[in-house]
Design a protein around this ligand. Sequence first.
Ligand SMILES: [Zn+2]
Length: 199
Amino acid sequence: MIPRQEHVKRAIEIALVGSHTVTLIAQGDPGDAFALAGWLNAYQPDTARVVRPCPCGNRGSDRAVCSCSADARLAYQAQPEIVQALLADLIITVPNMMAFPDTRGEPDERVQERVAAARRRTVVEERVDPDQRPFVSTLHDSAATSLLKAAIRQLPMSGTRIRQMLAVAGSIAKLADVPQIGAAHLAEAFVYRPRWDEA
Ligand SMILES: [Zn+2]
């Protein structure tokens, strides 16, 4: 119904696999995001929080226009609690009118079973030394290694953020039931990094 809804559900499932921390960026009415955070926190206490993309809440929405000035938006995004919220492992934009949980489509038990199975799996530990440049990666998939190196060159990411992203990619690999992180897992993990301009 809502194009990005599947994306949100997918991200929540990944968060459950790796016990990742989550920040939901609520566009428009934050009711759906709070419902989603409540659902997630019922499974993993206090790992999810909700923030707005800007003071009016409509930044990035395709349903309403943001009325904030650029200065107001930047001042908002610089607030310590907002900066802190963006340090979560997964940053997920939740569009308004998601109608959660009525359109989730499958029972919670199925999600729980899939998550439990994924949590029992292991992926090859990735060792990336953020203090070492160029980054040395032990990613077995050469396409994944190339992608990681390219991303590190192009994106302003801290060592902590890179480690978080690899952990998220590891959870994605577990859901896919493969023993190592591949380029597709890494590419998906990149999606969940903070991106205010696109939020
Ligand atoms: Zn706004």
